[in-house]
Design a protein around this ligand. Structure first.
Ligand code: C2O
Ligand code: CU
Ligand code: CU
Length: 508
């Protein structure tokens, strides 16, 4: 089966979006070959005096996504992205992070329950040439998490260039449920990102106010840093650990032949039962584990479905053709099963039990209103190739939580150790924002008063809040207090986060 670029362009309608961008429309590069899906190496730590040590070097490098082009990138122990960190519940770990990037950065463990000083947020800066060695105990259940740069104002750019990787946590139970669990064989990380390339092969990052307003959308898909990726199953069932590591794009995962799959986990770990689905929407930073049956031996494609235009302009009809969002069907991964497949065991009918938190456990409700500046002034500001970040984009930003843009000098909230609270998030803007909180895996109570879909009934650390919606979540502040070190909460569209849609809380 050969992959035809022309077909791809025809189905995605990239032509019109590409014309207005300084980056080339990637149809100009004909790459008809499929590339074997790269699997990030596993890093399982080395035991030293009762603690597992993980050595991570942040480095610059060159990557070859296209056969004839070199792309300057950054990565962890490699040139793009990082190894998959594997932790076991109850392990004590030491992360040894060394920064050789030539610029400051931070490394945040997204979704992990760790002390604020070990969290890797904007306060834990690692200067070039320095190292950072946080220690923590793995206290949570089996889950798929991730790690990425969280430098104030530069998270979007550093993650875009490659500073991210996957984390897998195992626990006692997760190995006994009949779930595919051989890493790289039938347990496969799927880190999905969209990118834009310049003629010379370099990544094209923010070039206009529009890129900041919608967040950065790329026209080229990378999976684990692989362009035009193909995966060859050797077992009848495969578990995909889906991570939306895009800066801004929401993916609606499905298969081109409409086959069903089972969702077994959300952001924070296993769901109570496998859930049969045909499509699954993940906003930036959300994860899901799915199990797919390829026993029929037929090839298939993992795709992202075209959805209704979700750009802020779509509502008014203005310029909606210039920067439509999530309207393209995208091919993510070709799947070509082996001729003979090893039979996989049946998956347990019950995966775990999740105690639903009660509203009555909450001692307080806090309200968070998300908003963005959306005037003609912003839209009229055309890209000038100078990153477009001058003028109104700086000194406070265009994005707010409770009318306040992120300010390192302001601790927005103080919570009490051990408290359970309801956080009510209201989206007062025209586009969806994925709201993420550090420290705890929370539960979703309701969205506009309606209980969440079955696959949102498990543990979450990011939640989609659509335009005009109010989402209530119930969150706990257990185990770690530190009056000096704040945790973050923010929109996980990285350009929004970098431009102000973030706040800080301390636990005392
Ligand atoms: Cu994925 Cu505050 O981070
Ligand atoms: Cu996080
Ligand atoms: Cu946002």
């Amino acid at each position: 089966m050969t992959y035809k670029r022309r077909d791809f362009l025809a189905t995605t309608g990239l032509g019109c979006a590409g014309l207005l961008m300084p980056a080339f429309s990637f149809g100009q590069r004909s790459t008809t070959l499929l590339n074997e899906l790269k699997i990030p190496p596993l890093l399982e730590g080395s035991m030293e005096s009762g603690k597992k040590h993980y050595a991570l070097t942040l480095q610059t490098g060159n990557s070859q996504f296209y056969p004839d082009l070199v792309t300057p990138t950054i990565g962890i122990n490699g040139s793009y992205l990082g190894p998959t960190l594997r932790f076991k519940r109850d392990d004590n770990v030491v992360m040894q992070v060394e920064n050789t990037l030539g610029e400051p950065t931070t490394l945040h463990w997204h979704g992990m329950h760790v002390p604020a000083k070990a969290d890797g947020g904007p306060w834990q800066i690692i200067e070039h040439g320095a190292s950072w060695d946080p220690e923590f105990k793995i206290m949570q259940k089996a889950a798929t998490l991730w790690y990425h740069s969280h430098l104030m104002g530069k998270t979007g750019e550093q993650v875009y260039k490659g500073l991210a990787g996957m984390i897998i946590i195992d626990d006692e139970d997760s190995g006994t449920l009949g779930l595919p669990s051989e890493y790289g064989v039938d347990d496969i990380p799927i880190i999905v990102q969209d990118r834009r390339f310049n003629e010379d092969g370099s990544f094209n990052y923010v070039t206009s106010q529009m890129d900041i307003m919608t967040g950065l959308f790329g026209d080229t898909i990378l999976v684990n840093g692989t362009l035009n990726a193909v995966f060859t199953p050797s077992t009848s069932k495969v578990r995909f650990r889906l991570l939306n590591a895009a800066n801004a794009r929401t993916f609606t995962f499905a298969f081109d032949d409409g086959r069903n799959f089972q969702q077994i986990a959300s952001d924070g770990g296993l769901l109570e039962q496998p859930l049969e689905l045909q499509m699954l929407e993940l906003a930036p930073s959300e994860r899901a584990e799915i199990v797919v049956d390829f026993g029929d031996g037929n090839p298939a494609k993992l795709i992202s479905l075209a959805m209704a235009d979700s750009s802020p302009n779509a509502a008014t009809g203005m310029m909606s053709r210039m920067h439509p969002m999530n309207t393209q069907r995208l091919d993510l991964l070709s799947i070509q099963p082996n001729n003979s497949l090893q039979a996989s065991p049946a998956i347990a009918g019950v995966l775990t039990s999740i105690q639903r938190r009660q509203e009555s456990d909450s001692v307080r409700t806090r309200r968070f209103t998300l908003s963005m500046v959306m005037g003609m002034g912003m839209m009229g500001r055309k890209g000038n190739n100078s990153r477009g970040r001058g003028g109104m984009a700086r000194g406070g930003g265009n994005f707010f939580i409770n009318n306040q843009a992120m300010d390192m000098g302001i601790v927005n909230h103080q919570v009490n150790l051990g408290d359970t609270e309801i956080w009510e998030i209201f989206n007062d803007s025209m586009m969806m924002h994925p709201f993420h909180i550090h420290l705890d895996q929370f539960q979703i109570l309701d969205r506009n008063g309606n209980s969440p879909a079955a696959n949102e009934m498990g543990y979450k650390d990011s939640v989609k809040v659509g335009p005009g919606q109010t989402v209530r979540i119930i969150v706990r502040f257990d185990n770690f207090s530190d009056a000096e070190s704040p945790y973050m909460y923010h929109c996980h569209i990285l350009e929004h986060e970098d431009d102000g849609m973030m706040g800080q809380f301390i636990v005392v």
